[in-house]
Design a protein around this ligand. Structure first.
Ligand code: HEM
Length: 82
């Protein structure tokens, strides 16, 4: 639930990085505290994109995949840099 909520929040605030970045960095710090490291992010991305692809059916287009892929990369980069 918390993961879905944060994704919804990120998507609604993609054009407001000032609002977004402090929250993402804080999330990154909490992940580090529970032992999440950089190598965990690529398999997590693969699982997330696979799940979205399966759930979205024919609404999953190359443009949508590209948008989610780059959004995830931004999130992972900021979480790891915190
Ligand atoms: C873009 C990537 C990610 C996002 C947006 C994300 C988001 C979240 C959120 C919102 C929570 C709930 C935090 C809370 O309630 O305070 C959470 C918890 C958690 N995440 Fe992630 N996560 C990401 C990547 C990962 C990865 C790569 C791993 C490791 C495989 C991971 C492992 C965990 C664990 C173990 C918890 C539970 C921590 C606890 O017990 O408090 N997450 N994540």
């Amino acid at each position: 639930m918390r993961f879905a909520q944060i994704l919804a929040y990120v998507v609604s605030n993609l054009r407001a990085p000032d609002k977004l970045l402090p929250i993402i960095r804080n999330l990154g710090a909490r992940h580090r505290e529970v032992g999440v490291v950089a190598e965990h992010f690529p398999p997590f991305k693969a699982a997330l994109l696979k799940t979205l692809r399966e759930k979205m059916g024919e609404r999953w287009t190359p443009e949508v995949e590209m948008a989610w892929s780059s959004t995830y990369d931004m999130l992972a980069r900021e979480m790891m840099s915190s």
